[in-house]
Ligand binder design. Structure first.
Ligand code: FES
Length: 151
């Protein structure tokens, strides 16, 4: 082996060693940084009571909820997530029912299943008023459909 061969093999070996170290470091960094699924917050403010009209519910797409405001009964917040496979249900004022566009489930205004395949009623979430006077929804606190917040 002459001097030129020695250095070319040495260079190739050095490059291979550096590549191996780089791949190993990458694996270590990947191991140290966990896969994290960031869920949206379950407690959030939705605005002032006056922001919501009486009558048909207000759909908040980002939060996937319907906010009902009844002059006599107050506020109630229903989930817009179908209990079958999670599609977003639509509320129709004409028949006052929730309809799922995916597989045809129909829910009564109170959330009960009228027509499957949805296995369970829609959920209702606790709604409260903050000290600043804003409505706050807590999706971790499921309440009966009779729950109402008077403001
Ligand atoms: S997801 Fe609503 S009926 Fe299937």
């Amino acid at each position: 082996m002459n001097r030129r061969d020695f250095f070319s093999w040495g260079t190739a070996g050095f490059v291979a060693l550096c590549s191996g170290v780089a791949v190993s470091l990458g694996a270590v960094v990947r191991f140290l940084v966990p896969d994290v699924f960031y869920e949206p917050p379950q407690v959030f403010k939705i605005g002032n009571p006056g922001d919501f009209p009486f009558g048909p519910p207000t759909f908040l797409a980002d939060e996937k909820i319907y906010v009902f405001r009844d002059r006599d009964k107050g506020f109630a917040v229903a989930s817009a997530v179908c209990t079958h496979l999670g599609c977003t249900v639509n509320y129709f004022q004409s028949d006052q029912k929730f309809h799922c566009p995916c597989h045809g489930s129909v829910f009564a205004r109170g959330g009960d299943v009228i027509h499957g395949p949805a296995p369970r009623p829609l959920q209702w979430f606790e709604v409260t008023v903050t000290r600043a006077g804003q409505l706050q929804v807590d999706k971790d606190k499921v309440v009966p459909d009779s729950y109402r917040l008077m403001v």
